[in-house]
Design a protein around this ligand. Structure first.
Ligand code: NAI
Length: 300
């Protein structure tokens, strides 16, 4: 069955180039009315351009419908305004892909607090602000699909990306909680960790790898995760045509009592605490306490 977005309005932030552009073009091809958001800055977030307008022209040339939005995801009022314009023209908003991003890589030793704050502002607050601007509409419609763009740098860490990694793992936390809060109104929220040859990675990837990891190979993951039959609360990795799920897991753990309930006891039980046999993927945070309670009561 083909996945279509007819009668759906989709917002893609940071869609003036790279992955966002690829998502926006394919959403347009599959029938969505697309808001192409991008302030068109450089990779470090400085400056502006009309990159969004160029992608709108591409969508229209292919017979689709789109509008450009030059708002910054880091400014809540501008996200509210963007959603208002989309609703005014098309009557609703159904899909939001939080994709806008910047890089200010440095070792933590050399990173200025301002660079830490700026990167968190664009990725983490940007994702929260754009989603918040749509949230009431999603709930009223009893329909919404949201994608947060995470990263392997957040999930697993990466040298020189303390600010970026913190923001990207923050987006997983946001997606997890919103997937729980949105469930009653069929609002599904997922996270994507892409790997793609874009201006963000052009200095990191050798030429051959840059080509093999073209943005179009991530598009199927993003579009499935915002489709009608999307899962919710998933963390999907995608790059070069390889798709893999990441999980935040919890080991059964060890109950320490008496003298063992001490730092020395934790040290002695370190292996048992980390034993992955019987590991689970909790559906909500409350499950961690419930599992501890079970161990305490002697259950399994
Ligand atoms: P990109 O630099 O081509 O795309 C990011 C876009 O966001 C740019 O067009 C930029 O103008 C826009 N943007 C920046 N600040 C903005 C703001 N305040 N408001 C609106 N738009 C803004 O890079 P790429 O690779 O396409 O990145 C897309 C997303 O994927 C980012 O969130 C990035 O962190 C993430 N990502 C990319 C990976 C890769 O391998 N390329 C790896 C992991 C995550």
């Amino acid at each position: 069955m083909s996945i279509r977005f007819d009668n759906k309005v989709a917002i893609v932030t940071g869609a003036g180039g790279g992955l966002g552009r690829a998502y926006a073009l394919e959403l347009g091809r599959r029938g969505a009315k697309v808001v192409v958001n991008d302030l068109g800055g450089a990779r470090d977030g400085t400056g502006t351009s009309d990159a969004a307008q160029a992608v709108v022209a591409e969508i229209e040339a292919a017979g689709g419908e789109a509008m450009a939005n030059g708002g910054s995801v880091a400014e809540y009022d501008q996200m509210v305004e963007m959603v208002a314009r989309a609703k005014e023209r098309w009557g609703g908003v159904h899909v939001l892909i939080n994709n806008a991003g910047v890089l200010r890589d440095k070792t933590f030793a050399k990173m200025e607090p301002a660079d830490f704050e700026f990167v968190l502002r664009v990725h983490l607050l940007g994702g929260a602000y754009a989603t918040k601007a749509c949230w009431k509409t999603f709930r009223e419609q009893n329909y919404g699909r949201v994608l947060m763009t995470s990263s392997s740098s957040g999930l697993f860490g990466n040298f020189g990306q303390a600010n970026y990694g913190a923001a990207k793992m923050g987006l997983v936390g946001l997606a997890k909680t919103l997937s729980i809060e949105g469930a009653r109104n069929d609002v599904r929220v997922n996270a994507l960790a892409p790997t793609a040859g874009t201006r963000m990675t052009e200095e990191l990837f050798p030429e051959q790898m840059y080509q093999a990891f073209s943005p179009d190979k991530v598009v199927p993951a993003a579009l499935f995760l915002v489709s009608e039959d999307a899962p919710t609360g998933a963390i999907l990795g995608a790059g070069a045509g390889v798709f893999a799920t990441s999980y935040v897991t919890l080991t059964p753990g060890a109950l320490l009592q008496g003298d063992d309930l001490s730092p020395e006891g934790v040290a002695a039980a370190w292996e048992a605490i980390g034993d992955r046999a019987g590991e689970v993927v909790p559906k909500t945070g409350a499950e961690q306490g419930a599992m501890a309670g079970k161990l305490l009561m002697g259950g399994s």
